[in-house]
Structure formats: structure tokens, C-alpha cells
Design a protein around this ligand. Structure first.
Ligand code: NAD
Length: 319
């Protein structure tokens, strides 16, 4: 099997590669050529989470698992809070084929998912991007969103305002004016990305104007919550996978409250595959519940392995 260490990933997989790989995977899921297996996620105590996301993509010839989790103490040690590794197997034989550093890949595939949702669902004339969150993932989210629409301004809110300066630097890099605002001013945004580890709703329905697209990316575990459930009742809700959306995604709360049902949620892959309508009017609120599926991880890891083989990078080992 080939080991592709974390340090090579930045040179092997671009944001554009991740976008293409994840988009193809979402479409394969909608055509039922690829399926995710149930997520295992356990609390280790002191805020640490560990688990496995896995799946099989028959069309792409990918079988594998991402093992990893969230370790909130890491930031103080100078390493990302998310730590993960992707393992790929031959779908015909079960033999391991690759072990790939999964930290940057996780950020790239998560940002790709929200960018795909913006590309497919946001109004074409979207000008103001609202960011809720300013942690490790937020910078990737901002860069990916900026590729999907011609934004002219970024407004941002974070519970810990001292973290916003770093996000402002990313906006400056992209040539976009940046303003830290109170949550109430999110009503000025055409697209809002939420990417926090919040345990309770911070963005309320009253903070969102008609015609907005939201990419809610932070809620990937039971008990996390970023937006008021009433907002999901007001919106057309899309997701990467309905089963995850209603159990570990943002929709878990609106479903539990009886405001929406699983049948009200459209897989984004169905839009990509031409099986479902995207935005239907300029005033409609669209909301993408990005829960993060194992197949996204396999797709970007597969891209990394292909590039590594082309360039003779990585280490081959017998297992
Ligand atoms: P991080 O630790 O670097 O940043 C955490 C962010 O959440 C910061 O903006 C922080 O200010 C904010 N925050 C912390 N506590 C909060 C609270 N009580 N209320 C509101 N905001 C709070 O984490 P990160 O790597 O940027 O990840 C952010 C979230 O995204 C996490 O919940 C993570 O699990 C999730 N995530 C989801 C996916 C996916 O595929 N959907 C992938 C990766 C990460």
C-alpha cells in the first residue's frame, strides 16, 4: 500500500480538485452508485470526539474509512483540532491500498461541499458573504465560497471576536472588504456560511433575509446546533446525506421539534445529477446542511493517491 503523508497533501490536491471530486461523489450518491456506511462517533471526554466515516463508491472504485476526530486542546499545542487519516482498500479484495493524511483533506472536502452548495443554490447576483465562525475551517470556507460567486464584501461574526482578525486577513488576501458585525447584521448577507462548534443556535431566523443561501457546516454531531430550527422550516433544505442530516446534522433539531421531516430534505447530489430542482425563486431561502460524509473523504484521498502515483511521491509498504 502507498502511504501519502500529510505534508504532501497541499501540493497534491487543490481546492478545485476537491470541488470536482466531491461534486462527482454527491452525484454518484444520488444515482445510488455510492453509499455511506453509518457513522461511528464517540465522546472521549474533555470535549474530545473520535470516530469513523466510511463508504463504498462502486462507480469510482473506492472503499475506505476516515478515522479521526476533534481534539479541542490541540490548538494550544500548535496543531489543528481536527486529526484524521484516510485508509483506502481495494473494493474487490479488501486489501489496503493507501493510507493518506486526512487533516488538510478534511478542510478541503468540507469547503468544497459548501462551495458546491453556493454554486448550485445561491442567487447568481449574490454580493455579500456572511461568515459565522472564525476557527480553523473558516478560512478554507471563505476561500472556497469566494470562488463560487463574485462577492464584493465579507461580513463576519464570531463568539470569540479576537479570532476574526485572522479571517479578515484571508478576506484581504482575496481582495475583499471585511467587516466584523453583530449577528443582527447577517440580514445584509446574500450567502451565509456557518462553521462553528456551537452547542446551541446562535443564528436566528430573524437574522436571515429572503433569498439568502445558507451553508450550515459546523453541526456534524448530535447535540451541536448553529441555527434556529424555525429557519429550516422557512427554508428549502438540502444536504449531503439525508440520514446524517436528520441524526447528526443541523436538521436534527428541526426534525425533533416536528418542524420538518426527512422527506422535506433534498440531497444536493440530486440537484447535481439533474434529478431535483435547485433554487426556484429569488426570494426563496435555501439551506445546505453539510454534515460531512465518508465518501467525500474517500474522493479527495483518491485524488491525492492518483497524483502521488503520477509524481512518484509517497512510500510503498507491504502490509
Ligand atoms: P475550531 O475549534 O478551529 O473553531 C471553532 C469555532 O467555533 C470558532 O469560530 C469558535 O469561536 C466557535 N465556537 C466555539 N464555541 C462556540 C459556542 N459555544 N458558540 C458559538 N461558537 C462557538 O474548529 P473548526 O476546525 O473550525 O471546526 C468548526 C466546526 O466545524 C466544528 O464543529 C467541527 O466539528 C465542524 N466540522 C464539520 C465538518 C463537516 O463536514 N460538516 C468538517 C470539519 C469540521
Amino acid at each position: 500500500m502507498l502511504i501519502v503523508p500529510e505534508k504532501f497533501i497541499a501540493d497534491l490536491v487543490s481546492a478545485e480538485d476537491a470541488f470536482a471530486a466531491v461534486e462527482a461523489t454527491f452525484a454518484a450518491m444520488a444515482r445510488e452508485e455510492a453509499c455511506n456506511f453509518p457513522v461511528v462517533r464517540e465522546a472521549l471526554g474533555e470535549g474530545r470526539q473520535y470516530g469513523f466515516k466510511s463508504g463504498l463508491d462502486r462507480a469510482g472504485g473506492m472503499l475506505g474509512v476516515k478515522a479521526g476526530g476533534y481534539f479541542p486542546g490541540n490548538a494550544g499545542k500548535g496543531i489543528p483540532n481536527h486529526q484524521s487519516t484516510v485508509y483506502l482498500f481495494d473494493p474487490d479484495t479488501g486489501r489496503p491500498t493507501a493510507m493518506v493524511g486526512g487533516n488538510l483533506l478534511t478542510a478541503l472536502r468540507t469547503a468544497a461541499a459548501s462551495a458546491i452548495s453556493i454554486d448550485r443554490l445561491a442567487r447568481r447576483d449574490a454580493k455579500v458573504l456572511g461568515m459565522v465562525g472564525a476557527g480553523h475551517q473558516a478560512a478554507f470556507q471563505l476561500r472556497a465560497a469566494a470562488r463560487a460567486r463574485g462577492f464584493e464584501k465579507v461580513i463576519a461574526w464570531n463568539l470569540h471576536p479576537e479570532m476574526l482578525a485572522k479571517l479578515g486577513e484571508v478576506a484581504a488576501e482575496l481582495g475583499l472588504p471585511f467587516e466584523a458585525v453583530p449577528l443582527e447584521r447577517m440580514v445584509e448577507a446574500d450567502v451565509i456560511v456557518t462553521i462553528t462548534s456551537s452547542p446551541a443556535a446562535t443564528l436566528m431566523a430573524a437574522h436571515v433575509a429572503p433569498g439568502t443561501h445558507l451553508a450550515c457546516m459546523g453541526t456534524d454531531t448530535r447535540g451541536k446546533q448553529e441555527v434556529e430550527p424555525a429557519l429550516l422550516a422557512r427554508a428549502r433544505v438540502f444536504t449531503d446525506e439525508v440520514a446524517q442530516s436528520v441524526t447528526i446534522g443541523e436538521a436534527q433539531h428541526a426534525v425533533a421539534a416536528g418542524l420538518i421531516a426527512a422527506g422535506d430534505i433534498t440531497p444536493i447530489g440530486a440537484v447535481i445529477a439533474g434529478l431535483a430542482e435547485a433554487r426556484m425563486s429569488k426570494d426563496e431561502i435555501t439551506l445546505f446542511d453539510g454534515t460531512g460524509v465518508g465518501l467525500q473523504d474517500l474522493a479527495v484521498a483518491g485524488a491525492a493517491v492518483r497524483r502521488a502515483k503520477e509524481r512518484g511521491l509517497g512510500e510503498k509498504v507491504e502490509v
